[in-house]
Design a protein around this ligand. Structure first.
Ligand SMILES: [Zn+2]
Length: 228
């Protein structure tokens, strides 16, 4: 059972992780559930870690508020798409259209989120299928079925029989990030692990993967704030 300390008021729970490899204190906020962990040198004093956590209280609160506030999708608001904030406006006709840098969403206002969701899911499917085929071709491997879901714990997965799954919320991430996730999963067609050989394979078809992976780590939680 991990040690936990509480910082400030209202208290922020911080899980303490003692690590033999850690040389200094570091804080991390999980993009999945907002849990905060503080890694500290194994034999350092807990009081030091508490002091460090108190110093970072402002930073933690800033990030937590960013992360956990849900965002409603309404006409007059905005939404992320391909890594850019786009306005949501009242549309006409039946279909959602992207025009002049804005999403034109027809129908009643209580249908705005559902209509955008359907549009985003369709776009995500097209994008992720195309990217999967592109990178699978580079590896000369066939892919199986591609499924889009609304997952919280992972952005994608790959089964041993070559079926791929992606979060459709990736359509909100920059295109390069979407491409990275496809390349990442497709490489599991060859290496079903995250070994050095696996990452070398990723680098061979997607050299800039570290930056894209970093984007997801730092910003992935934003994609989950939207209430579709
Ligand atoms: Zn993986």
């Amino acid at each position: 059972m991990a040690e936990q300390v509480k910082i400030g008021e209202p208290p922020i729970p911080v899980n303490i992780k003692r690590s033999a490899r850690a040389r200094r204190y570091s804080l991390r906020i999980s993009s999945k559930d907002g849990a905060i962990s503080l890694t500290m040198p194994k034999y350092a004093a807990l009081g030091e870690a508490m002091r460090f956590a108190h110093e970072q209280e402002g930073w933690m609160r800033k990030h937590l508020s960013k992360q956990l506030n849900p965002i409603a999708l309404t006409v007059g608001g905005s939404v992320l798409f391909d890594g850019e904030y786009r306005r949501i406006e009242q549309g006409t006709g039946r279909a959602v259209r992207f025009e002049g840098g804005a999403f034109m969403v027809p129908g009643k206002t209580d249908e705005t989120a559902a209509k955008l969701r359907a549009y985003f899911q369709t776009m995500a499917r097209e994008r992720m299928v195309a990217a999967s085929i592109h990178y699978a071709d580079r590896l000369e491997r066939p892919i199986g079925r591609v499924t889009l879901r609304d997952t919280r714990s992972r952005w994608g997965s790959c089964t041993s029989d070559g079926n791929l799954m992606y979060s459709w919320r990736l359509i909100m991430a920059p295109r390069e990030v979407q491409a990275y996730v496809a390349a990442h999963e497709v490489c599991h067609l060859i290496e079903m692990n995250h070994s050095d050989a696996y990452w070398a394979l990723v680098a061979s078809i997607f050299p800039d993967y570290k930056a894209r992976r970093g984007w997801l780590k730092n910003n992935g939680s934003i994609l989950h704030r939207y209430l579709f």
